[in-house]
Design a protein around this ligand. Structure first.
Ligand code: ADP
Ligand code: MG
Length: 722
């Protein structure tokens, strides 16, 4: 038998077959290490024993008792529920089991059992439906602190526990220590091996917390140290090309004239914040220290113009600039804006997408190699190994959260020449997400920031309303009214079709299991269902409505988008694929169906697709969820249009959840630590590692080796996978 290591695929564990492997992959568990570091969301405490007569309707309880009857099937079918009675000294309760025919053969009259479940009243008497029951004369040695895991459809907490137990038995000695001994001592941390056992199999709640605390430090160190040391990041020895000369006498003869012409092409005056951001960039481009700058601006603040102008600056100086977009739809759109802004300037703009025809691709790559194209826009296709640049100086990532560090690293490597000791490029990242400084520092190192606060003048505030009824036809009337004015609309739905998981809840409650969610809510409306309703309402007859979703073919997506941008299609029914960057100023109406399924940040990003022109725009949030939390969130969306404020409120409402999570940034989600509440801890931990490393010696090199080893397991492969 081959040995199981932390990096082995989960399928090497006994009991995990292809089906389980597929389901685990859905929750990002691929290796044995992923499995053991999948932490419980909370713990149920079953250790407090009650007497049966002390039950409270609707509340969970634990007790020990004995069976006073044999299990009987209440019906004739094999699937009929099975039930039996249990008693302790004073009380009696019926336990009923659905979908559990095996219960009948497992227990018999007289057995002593431990029971945990939630009491419900039936015919005036207490009962439990599908409680946990196990044979036991006492609770000695039983696992009564029960971890509850965030789950995906088809995996239960019990299965996970079993697999994790097997895994820990095989690999817990392989977990390496990444925390400097000084810090372990100072913080009184348990060992790594203990920590993983404690979080999954605690004897007391305090143990679970102790384990979690240790793992939080581990994560912070792996992220904080690993990102900076083991990913390609600028170090003091790195040099980028000096793009802009320090004195105007060094400028090419017609650069000034062309620059003014490009500004004229914009068709608008830059806002003060846009100008300030450009000045920051210009100053950076005069240096040979690689720029490492984040441009933060709420949706619609005009980041694209800043990006294109930064590229234009670079191109006018004879160097190349790349703009990486997260989707081909967005890349295409940027290509069109850039082409129109740069027309007549002599700057050659190229677009490279995955689906670009091979012959054309070859031609474009040729242009990149000999610098006939100097402004290059594209998707991941630009990161392929055979793409080489002759004079790459600036790399811009739009909506950074969709790109991993790993991908930027790749572009840097693909730089062909290293004349003048130039081994790096200038980096610019555009994002609408307000990444707090402490977080940015841990993840990107010390990044400079330019903030675009004010939106272009003449913008009208989007009017947002809440409609608490998902089935009515008011929305179609509202949409129709806009369409008759020649304007366009988006209708956003959480799902594509019926087979699709209701994944969007993840956005709101990242920790909740899908099973748990679906038990208290109906399924959300899908894009396909919405199309049917549009047809039934007659709207699809009067106007052209089309669907757009992520799993469509790239070329189809582009065509749908093109028709929408040219107003050939009036209504776009889509999933959140339009969340990022899509720009159609003629779209003035957005309906978001089952809006409670989306996080505030997503809602805000979505809403940012409208209100991009000078016409009044409207957003209608549709949801029949009457929970306090949901109503509060909807109210907030209606009242607040500031992404930065919403981010803060989101944190307040549901705790420091996933607002800044994986999906938003390409930053791996932390499991035990929290980058908001733990940013001080992160600093302490990273400082302590850096001090140790500076002192040197065998202890230091062992810890650094361990960090590298664990970083690769925990983060490396996850970075930059969308
Ligand atoms: P985002 O910051 O969300 O990427 P965009 O760059 O897509 O925003 O800009 C949104 C819209 O605003 C676009 O239609 C763009 O042409 C327009 N725009 C950008 N800057 C200005 C400005 N200074 N004045 C007027 N309109 C502008
Ligand atoms: Mg944008």
């Amino acid at each position: 038998m081959s040995t199981v290591t932390l990096g082995s695929p989960v399928s090497t564990l006994y009991g995990i077959g292809p089906e389980a492997e597929r389901r685990l992959k859905k929750i990002d568990i691929e290796t044995v290490y992923d499995l053991i570091s999948y932490l419980p969301r909370r713990y149920d405490d079953w250790s407090r024993l009650s007497k049966i007569i002390d039950y409270k309707d609707g509340e969970p309880m634990s007790f020990t008792a004995h069976l006073t009857s044999n299990p009987v099937r209440k019906g004739t079918r094999r699937t009929s529920p099975v039930s039996f009675f249990v008693s302790d000294t004073e009380g009696r309760m019926e336990l009923t089991f659905f979908n559990a025919p095996y219960i009948a053969g497992k227990f018999s009259k007289g057995d002593n059992v431990f029971v945990h479940g939630t009491v419900s009243m039936f015919g005036g008497r207490p009962q439990m439906v599908n409680p946990h029951v196990e044979k036991a004369d006492s609770t000695e040695g039983m696992d009564l602190i029960r971890p509850v895991y965030p789950l995906t459809a088809g995996i239960t907490s019990n299965q996970l526990r079993r697999w994790i137990k097997t895994a820990l038995g095989l690999v817990s000695d392989q977990i390496r220590n990444v925390i400097p001994p000084d810090l372990v001592l100072k913080e009184g941390l348990c060992s790594a091996k203990e920590a993983y056992n404690f979080v999954h199999f605690p004897e007391e709640l305090s143990q679970a917390y102790e384990g979690r605390r240790r793992i939080a430090y581990e994560e912070l160190i792996l992220l904080g140290i690993g990102m900076k040391r083991f990913m390609k990041n600028e170090g003091p020895e790195d040099r980028a090309p000096q793009v802009i000369p320090r004195s105007s006498s060094g400028l090419p003869a017609d650069a000034g004239r062309k620059w003014n012409m490009i500004l004229g092409n914009l068709g608008f005056e830059l806002t003060a914040d846009q100008k300030a951001a450009l000045r920051d960039i210009q100053t950076d481009l005069m240096k040979t220290t690689p720029m490492n700058r984040l441009v933060q601006g709420d949706v619609g603040s005009g980041k694209t113009a800043v990006a294109v102008l930064a590229m234009a600056m670079t191109a006018l100086m004879g160097k190349q600039a790349v703009l990486l977009a997260p989707t081909s739809v967005l890349a295409k759109q940027h290509y069109e804006s850039a082409s129109s802004m740069l027309r007549g300037s002599g700057i050659n703009v190229a677009l490279l997408l995955g689906k670009t025809k091979a012959s054309l691709k070859k031609e474009i790559k040729e242009q990149l190699r000999d610098n006939t194209a100097s402004v290059i826009i594209g998707t991941h296709a630009l990161l392929s190994d055979d793409v080489n640049f002759s004079d790459l100086a600036l790399v811009i990532a739009d909506e950074q959260h969709r790109f991993g560090v790993k991908q930027r690293e790749k572009l840097l490597i693909s730089r062909e020449d290293e004349e003048d000791g130039v081994n790096s490029v200038h980096n610019l990242v555009m994002t609408a997400t307000p990444i707090p400084r402490t977080l940015a520092m841990v993840i990107y190192g010390d990044m400079d920031t330019s903030v675009i606060k004010n939106k272009p003048a003449g913008r009208r505030e989007i009017k947002t309303n809440f409609l608490p009824d998902t089935s009515g036809n008011e929305i179609f009337e509202a949409v129709r009214a806009k369409l008759r004015l020649g304007q366009q609309a988006y209708i956003v739905c959480p799902r594509i079709d019926d087979d699709d998981d209701d994944v969007m809840w993840k956005d709101v409650f990242p920790d909740e299991g899908i099973e748990e969610r679906s038990s208290f809510a109906r399924r959300s409306i899908s894009v396909k269902e919405m199309m049917e309703r549009l047809e039934a309402s007659g709207l699809a007859g009067e106007f052209k409505c089309e669907m757009l979703y992520g799993s469509m073919k790239e070329s189809e997506k582009l065509e749908v988008m093109e028709r929408f941008l040219s107003n050939e299609t009036q209504v776009l029914v889509s999933t959140t694929v339009i969340e990022v960057g899509v720009n159609n100023p003629n779209a003035t109406m957005m309906i978001i169906m089952d809006a409670d399924r989306f996080g505030l940040s997503t809602l805000h990003q979505l809403r940012g697709r409208i209100g991009r022109g000078d016409k009044q725009s409207y957003c209608i949030l549709v949801s029949d969820n009457r929970s306090e939390l949901s109503l509060q969130r909807m109210k907030l969306m209606c009242e607040c249009s500031d992404g930065f404020v919403l981010a803060g409120k989101d944190l307040e409402l549901r705790g420091p959840g996933d607002f800044f999570g994986t999906r938003q940034h390409g930053i791996p989600q932390l499991r035990a630590a929290n980058l908001f509440t733990d940013s001080d801890k992160a600093k302490t931990a990273c400082d302590s590692v850096n001090e140790l490393a500076a002192r040197g010696g065998s202890e230091a090199s062992e810890i650094m080796d361990n960090i590298r080893f664990m970083f690769d397991l925990r983060f490396k492969e996850k970075l930059g996978t969308l």
